[in-house]
Design a binder for this molecule. Structure first.
Ligand code: NAD
Length: 405
């Protein structure tokens, strides 16, 4: 399943519901620029290895290109293309003055030491220095990259260009140009969207939740849902999945995973096969790992009453159709996880004007934007009797098309 093909198919399904100029649709189908580089790294054993790195700048009609950098063994140009198109739509949905881009490196970072990961981060920043910048393209973390690596990239970029605004990368550590609230923003934004929709779907605190992925996004989402009285009954990471129908003690599991790096050894849960998580018997399903997890093969077996896409691209178009026919709402990634890029944009603004906002200010602005977008998307879905994904795409595309005029 090629994620870019899926993204183009989603685009076609949305554009068929509204008369957009053909040239505008074509523009959305093609990224503005794609850069592929080979990054040499001196490994700890003294050998030199080369890693393929990417930056796809999809569209900057509404502001500088913006999007994360992913370190993953399965990352390739098509995945980065898809993610960059979704970023263009996501920044438009969120209503922030940014465009869409994405970056990556094909690498299994688990096989790299911390020094090698830092060298790779420096290498990526060096290779892309000409095409990125505070007014051009502003990257951020994604899977297997983090605030520390953003700090390394920021330093490297400053060394090469002399730019000291620290506004070229977001998701930096707080105290080194990072924004309060950024770490939790994706998951908190997702919760705000969920909270704005839940009554409509008869969901309330006490409802059960299953979460695939327990990293920055999935782990913090588990904490937030747990803190609001939801019962997180099953979670997984790339190696294990655990369940407890009475509710998992999430703060204890987070502490255990932080201390040991694994779910192994955690008590009061039963270990299940990670493939069971998507069809787990829970009211709310949160994919928070990777693409193509909800497919035509498992969509008929899903038991959740609502799916909140915190991962990018977890649901294929075929699965969307099955879920829509079954009356199971899918809150699409470009709305549900837009909190991350929203607070990244706040970070960029704070860096450019030399301010540091309180976490309360950040969260309040985030909440207002996410609630407003949710309301508009729900209204479009209702008016056109369509799913939330098509509605979110339409909101984004209308804003983008307006920017062409
Ligand atoms: P991360 O690297 O911090 O965590 C990823 C988690 O997913 C890890 O727990 C990993 O073990 C798990 N995982 C990987 N493959 C898996 C699989 N096949 N099955 C089950 N678990 C698996 O990454 P993250 O930042 O939490 O990103 C997760 C998703 O959220 C990605 O799709 C990313 O693009 C999206 N996202 C992240 C942000 C952000 O701010 N970090 C913003 C928007 C969207």
């Amino acid at each position: 399943m090629n994620p870019f093909k899926n993204a183009l198919s989603q685009l076609a399904r949305a554009t068929s519901l509204h008369q957009f100029p053909a040239s505008f649709i074509e523009r959305m189908q093609h990224p503005d620029r794609e850069v592929t580089v080979s990054i040499p790294i001196v490994m700890d054993d003294g050998s030199t290895k080369f890693f393929e790195g990417y930056r796809v700048q999809h569209n900057n009609l509404r502001g500088p290109y913006k999007g994360g950098i992913r370190f993953h063994p399965e990352t390739n140009i098509d995945e980065v293309r898809a993610l960059s198109l979704w970023m263009t739509l996501k920044t438009a949905v969120a209503g922030v003055p940014m465009g869409g881009g994405k970056g990556g490196v094909t690498v299994n970072s688990r096989e790299l030491s911390l020094r090698e990961q830092e060298a790779l981060a420096r290498g990526w920043a060096r290779a892309m220095a000409d095409v990125i910048g505070p007014k051009k393209d502003v990257p951020a973390p994604d899977m297997n990259t983090n605030p520390h690596l953003m700090d390394i990239m920021t330093e490297e970029y400053a060394k090469i260009t002399g730019d000291t605004t620290r506004a070229t990368f977001t998701g930096k550590p707080v105290g080194k140009g990072g924004s309060l609230g950024r770490e939790r923003a994706t998951s908190l934004g997702g919760f705000v969207v969920f909270d704005a929709l839940r009554e409509q779907y008869n969901l309330a605190p006490g409802a059960s939740v299953a979460i695939q992925g327990f990293g920055n996004v999935g782990g913090i989402a588990a904490e937030i849902f747990h803190a609001h009285g939801y019962k997180v009954v099953a979670v997984s990471d790339s190696r294990h999945a655990v369940k407890n129908d009475a509710g998992i003690d999430i703060p204890a599991l987070v502490a255990h995973k932080k201390a040991t790096g694994t779910f192994e050894g955690f008590e009061d849960v039963t270990f299940i096969d990670p493939s069971e998580i998507i069809t787990y018997n829970a009211d709310i399903l949160i994919p928070a790992a990777t693409e193509n997890q909800i497919t035509a093969e498992n969509a008929n077996d899903i038991k959740a009453q609502l799916i909140l896409e915190l991962a990018n691209g977890p649901t294929t178009p075929e699965a969307d159709d099955i879920l829509f026919a079954r009356g199971i709402p899918v809150v699409p990634d470009i709305l549900a996880n837009a909190g991350g890029v929203t607070v990244s944009t706040f970070e960029w603004e704070q860096n450019l004007i030399g301010e540091a906002w309180s976490e309360d200010v950040v969260n309040e602005r985030l909440t207002n934007l996410m609630q407003a977008s949710t309301k508009e998307i729900t209204a479009i879905a209702k008016e056109l009797n369509t799913d939330l994904r098509r509605a979110a795409f339409l909101l984004a595309l209308k804003r983008l098309e307006e920017a062409t005029r």
